[in-house]
Design a protein around this ligand. Sequence first.
Ligand code: IDP
Length: 141
Amino acid sequence: MALERTLSIIKPDAVVKNVVGEIYARFEKAGLKVVAAKMKHLSRKEAEGFYAVHRERPFFNALVEFMISGPVMIQVLQGENAILKNRELMGATNPKDAAKGTIRADFADSIDANAVHGSDAAETAAVEIAYFFAATEVFPR
Ligand code: IDP
């Protein structure tokens, strides 16, 4: 078991649905600690930079438009195997394929508006955390 940190984003659709607290409760019940958090309305440039790896994908523009359609809640989660644990809590990218009881199965409407983001590996987690948080904004405990 490894103590890890991962970047989580509650996307605009879930913020509008007012389920930030319900999603936080799932993190906490799974043993993940919120060690950094901020609400932010991303600029186009920030969203494009964050999803730069998907720049050539056909859904890139729609993804950026969606991510800047309203504020998001961004947090760093810390815990044992936090990266995989968060991915399990989230469920599959397409909510139609997401297992029962996962965040996407319960709160997401479509593959575009799918409620949450979570880092998929240790390397991406480090890059994504640094993209949004200075070291002084993270409070491990
Ligand atoms: P993930 O969020 O489950 O890690 P990724 O493959 O990294 O999934 O894709 C990033 C985001 O891009 C997804 O969460 C989803 O919002 C969007 N996305 C991925 N694939 C598609 C697609 O085929 N159509 C529309 N949007 C997509």
